[in-house]
Design a protein around this ligand. Structure first.
Ligand code: SF4
Length: 400
């Protein structure tokens, strides 16, 4: 039994050969699948794929991992490769769904198709009815994929999350790791935790994770995984913790900072402004943490409280960001617009706060509606239809 776990090609228009593609999509590994110009500047590491591949191998199943987005595979080459496998595991998303359906149709001529990812999770009961689909797995899928392959039952597999994520083997990493770079950095992307205790309406965790339960790795496991990767791939020169929210709790984050200090590489992480105190941020900075990505999202407290459920005190967050800048962190702020009922004045408030905070870099984009999130369901209720591909891929919508 041969298994291909894949992040299939996604060029726009669907089926285009690479030189003629107008855009390409970023899917697995991204919290927010979207399209962009065809370039090699940044690719998110496909964590769920890499963890699933590692688990199958550990359990003695021949599995191959292929990130065809990273490798800019053409559809033709992908289908040729895929035809050698009995089962193809396909990551899906709302913004790529039209493309994914094309891939399903073509790839199912020779192989059984197992759908995973955000879109598959949200619409499992509907997608299992497609004649070309063998099984659909909800949420993180290491264990459910193993169950599916060993039982060979074509059906929907419910969420099956690790209670203790230290039980998961290290995700598969091979030489392609050097292509997951950002700017000049050869970046090791890691998770020190899974899940997030918050429930922001737009966020994929409200669909993809069963319990919203925050599950941390132990500092010792973080150390072992980082050391293993750095020993095997010594050119890596930066570590990035792409957790849903890395900095939860002071004690554990200080312990991980101690680990990172000993490792001695610069590092960064995905944070909230309010889930650890300033002293912990200072300890992180001293240990080599140089970059924080922080979601502020809106300059309107009403939007944060009433529309997107961010549970963030804006004034406190502003004060924290200003202090973090003084400590010398590179702050990447993320902001959005286009929320339901957001007024032009509130959108302007977001622009004002961006100007006030002067983050070192920022992301300012239209809200993208991700399959099955609270925001997606609100949209369906109001508009009596599902969001379009453009409404899921926020970058395709017009700016303010
Ligand atoms: S805090 Fe971040 S990861 Fe958590 S639900 Fe909100 S947007 Fe998602």
């Amino acid at each position: 039994m041969k298994i291909l776990i894949s992040n299939p090609p996604w060029f726009v228009p669907t089926g285009a050969v690479k030189p003629k593609a107008l855009r390409m999509g970023i899917r697995a590994g991204s919290r927010w699948p979207y399209t962009r110009k065809v370039h090699r500047k940044y690719f998110p590491f496909p964590f769920n794929m890499a963890y699933a591949d590692a688990y199958l191998r550990k359990m003695g199943i021949a599995s191959t991992l292929r990130d065809s987005i990273l490798l800019l595979d053409d559809y033709k080459d992908y289908f040729k490769l895929a035809s050698n496998y009995d089962y193809i595991v396909l990551e899906t998303s709302a913004a790529s769904w039209e493309n994914d359906l094309y891939v399903v149709r073509e790839a199912s001529r020779r192989s059984r198709i197992i759908l995973v990812g955000m879109h598959a999770t949200a619409f499992a009961d509907e997608l299992i009815k497609l004649e070309n689909v063998f099984a659909v797995l909800k949420g993180e899928y290491e264990k459910s994929l193993y169950d599916c392959l060993t039982s060979r039952e074509g059906r929907v597999y419910d969420f099956d999350e690790w209670e203790n994520i230290d039980d998961a083997p290290f995700p598969t990493r091979d030489d392609t790791i050097y292509l997951y770079r950002a700017r000049r950095d050869l970046m090791l992307q890691m998770w020190a935790s899974r899940g997030c205790p918050f429930r922001c309406s737009f966020c994929y965790v409200t669909c993809f994770q069963d319990s919203n339960k925050y599950r941390p790795h132990s500092p010792e496991r973080v150390k072992q995984e980082a050391e293993d990767a750095l020993w095997r791939f010594p050119k890596l020169n930066f570590i990035y913790f792409d957790d849903d929210t890395f900095n939860i709790g002071n004690e554990r984050i200080r312990e991980i900072s101690g680990v990172m200090k000993n490792i001695g590489l610069p590092w960064g992480c995905m944070c909230r402004a309010d889930t650890c105190n300033l002293e912990t941020f200072r300890i992180m900075r001293e240990s080599g943490c140089v970059e924080l990505k922080i979601g502020i999202e809106s300059g309107s407290q009403r939007v944060l409280d009433k529309i997107i459920n961010k549970s963030l005190n804006l004034n406190k967050a502003k004060r924290t960001v200003k202090e973090l800048k003084k400590m010398g962190f590179h702050i990447h702020g993320t902001f959005m617009y286009g929320f339901p009922t957001e007024t032009p004045e509130e959108a302007q408030m977001t622009k004002n706060i961006m100007r006030e905070l002067q983050c070192n870099s920022k992301q300012f984009s239209h809200i993208g509606l991700l399959s099955g999130t609270i925001a997606w369901k609100q949209f369906e209720k109001i508009h009596k239809r599902r969001p379009t591909i453009e409404e899921s891929d926020g970058v395709l919508l017009k700016g303010i």
